[in-house]
Design a protein around this ligand. Structure first.
Ligand SMILES: C[S@@+](CC[C@H](N)C(=O)[O-])C[C@H]1O[C@@H](n2cnc3c(N)ncnc32)[C@H](O)[C@@H]1O
Length: 372
């Protein structure tokens, strides 16, 4: 790692910043310490970083011409904001990212499917002598992760624990064929759902999403422009585009895997009226420009359960809606988002509710629009 690299100077911005949310954690430091000897020995362009939160691994590695894959566009923007002329390149998951890589530094993803996809890609394309350092907080790690890595590497070692973190070190890549993207046909919806490893709910349809789909026909029936905000696999956007061929739909998500899944879902269903955006909370969408926003909000910020993630999307929807436009939100009934939706967007009523999920519609009020 770079001697004297100032981890404390890293910021989460433009992600939510609060005293209990951090831009770097002990697992970043452990990954860099475990890889330190090799990082000092390899040449420019031979280091790849995967899943960097806010730049700790990329900038702390001290390596030149680092290739970087971050699923989150927010993380990618934070890395730009934290860097000061260091040489690195963001690339999508694929051949150009990994070819010739000799050291791969990785923050372990939450899902085993995503780890499988990443490990398979490293093993398929990286150099014969590649070493993968995949670390995380022990509370988020499971023994099954070792098993996933062992499918793609001849050797997997586990480092000692330090500050509640650990690193899995994989070497001797097994060149395999890359698995095709998963897809599933849902008879009840008449739709294919495609999913990369990081997409929410995989190829299944979440029960909250089902509650939203059940009332979709009632949502702003005359809408000309709609947004599926936090589109995941694109299931809501696909259902809307299928039901209303005349409507322009934007499917937007901060996750690269979600955007890629949505692209595949639209292609599989031959839906051509859906535009797809990799964006943080509609940052590229003009104010007061849409009639309808559909939202099944996240409840995590990285590994932390945090309502700020949902609040950020409520505010984004309020800004993008024209006066009189509608935000349809599904949420766990115990979360009771209704007062916040009314404050942020406008008058809000429950459309459906059971013990698990509530669907509410909020109508964008003129007054709130003028006040912003
Ligand atoms: C609960 S999932 C819903 C996915 C999909 N709409 C469904 O119902 O299956 C929430 C989605 O919001 C996305 N998300 C989280 N924060 C976001 C942000 N700031 N901007 C855009 N999308 C975001 C996540 O990547 C995730 O795909």
């Amino acid at each position: 790692m770079t001697i004297g690299f100032d981890f404390d100077a890293l910021r989460r911005y433009p992600d939510i910043e609060e005293p209990n949310l951090f831009a770097v954690d002990a697992s970043d430091r452990l990954i860099l310490d475990e890889a330190a000897e090799l990082l000092a020995a390899v040449g420019p362009g031979e280091v790849v970083v995967v899943g960097d939160g806010y730049g700790a691994l990329t900038l702390g590695s001290g390596a030149r011409d680092v290739r970087v894959f971050q699923d989150s566009v927010v993380g990618q923007r934070a890395l730009v904001a934290n860097s000061h002329g260091e040489s690195y390149r963001n690339l999508p998951l694929g051949e150009e990212l990994f070819t010739g890589a000799r050291v791969v530094l990785m923050q372990l993803p939450r899902s085993l499917e995503e780890l499988d996809e990443l490990a398979a890609s490293v093993a398929h394309w990286a150099a014969d002598d590649v070493i993968l350092y995949a670390g995380g907080r022990i509370k988020h790690m499971t023994p099954a992760m070792n098993g996933v890595l062992a499918r793609h590497f001849g050797r997997v070692d586990v480092t000692h624990a330090r500050q509640k973190s650990r690193v899995l070190v994989a070497s001797q890549p097994i060149r395999g064929t890359l698995a095709p993207t998963r897809r599933q046909f849902h008879d009840d919806l008449g739709l294919w759902i495609c999913a990369t490893g990081s997409a929410f709910a995989g190829t299944k349809v979440d029960i909250g999403t089902r509650a939203l789909l059940a009332v979709l026909a009632q949502a702003a029936p005359h809408a000309a422009i709609a947004i599926d905000l936090g589109c995941g696999t694109g299931v809501v956007a696909a259902a809307l585009a299928r039901a209303r061929p005349g409507i322009a739909v934007l499917a937007s998500d901060a996750s690269w895997g979600a955007v890629e899944s949505t692209r595949l879902t639209m292609a599989a269903n031959e839906l051509t009226t859906v535009t797809i955006a990799w964006d943080d909370a509609l940052s590229e969408q003009p104010d007061a420009s849409v009639d309808l926003v559909l939202l099944n909000p996240p409840f995590h910020l990285g590994g932390t359960v945090h309502t700020g993630a949902a609040s950020k999307l409520f505010a984004a929807a309020a800004r993008a809606l024209r006066p009189g436009g509608e935000l349809w939100t599904v949420y766990n009934s115990h979360l009771g988002y209704r007062p916040e939706l009314a404050r942020t967007v406008g008058p809000t009523r429950e459309v459906s509710r059971n013990t698990k999920f509530t669907v509410a519609v909020s109508v964008k009020s003129d007054a709130l629009n003028e006040g912003q």
